[in-house]
Write a protein that binds this ligand. Sequence first.
Ligand code: FO1
Length: 308
Amino acid sequence: MLTALAGGVGGSKLLLGLKYEMNGVGTAVVNTADDEEFFGLHVSPDIDTVIYTLSGLADESKGWGIRGDTFHTLEMLGRLGCETWFKLGDRDLAIHIYRTMRLRAGASLTEVTAEIAERLGAGWKILPMTDDRVRTWIETLEGPMPFQTYFVKRGAADRVVSIEYRGVERARPSREVVQALKESDAVIICPSNPFLSIEPILRLEGVRTLLRQMDGVVLAVSPIVGGRALKGPAAKIMADLGMEPSPASVAELYRDFLDIMVLDRVDAHYVDEISSMGIKTVITDTIMNSLDEKRALARRCLEAVGII
Ligand code: FO1
């Protein structure tokens, strides 16, 4: 059994490769701390990015939303005086309407996610990290703000002072997440933002301990390549928090449970530093533009953890 931990864009690229290389067998545990309510609807950006990517519906140029979507509903909401900085497309809105409707009828986020993933043809098991409410708040020099306000409305321009995962102390990983981790021969941490996507999952009660105590191997793919994030503000946040944006800093964040770190060829000079933490390294090409590149990186990870 393989379980992968992921956020949105960077993570879903590797998940697509893993899905092909594993013939659809495996589980993704996905961050929900950047979920948000818009127009009374429950939006789960990372889950949707993963589902759209695995179903072949994703708008890969934007990195989120559905390819070819239109924005007529949002335009009309704008005419009614609503804020429209979060670009919800018409087809995308159907997913949020469906999710909200099912949640209100008493379904869990885990159940609704399984329904959406199955009906859109994701072909891979996708689990929200929790059914409980956790929300990332970014403390900036301008004050605290919800994650989507920091990231989308204000373009991740504010200096980050600290990050808070509101509700995480009371939240529990779902039964399905705990079972997946317990049954895993290997866990792959996708090249997702360590603070915004992976840390909320690790903060859930028992998750870090399960990873530490695992018989199988835990591997992470560095989201930082050549000092920059594959996508999004990871490098900037690391710098704001006083860390060098590097695979070694990422390894440091995971060192209590990490067995193998996959880093890009351009970062080969970090091998000694990472090895000195007792973590093995794999050096390869980690930029994933084409499907071939996604599959090649997935294969490399699966070889390293001994699944192929
Ligand atoms: N990201 C943006 O940068 N701008 C947007 O307008 C935007 C809209 C959006 C709508 C639905 C959705 O599922 C995701 C959306 N995202 C948008 C992406 C999202 O906010 C972030 O990429 C993730 O939360 C970070 O992992």
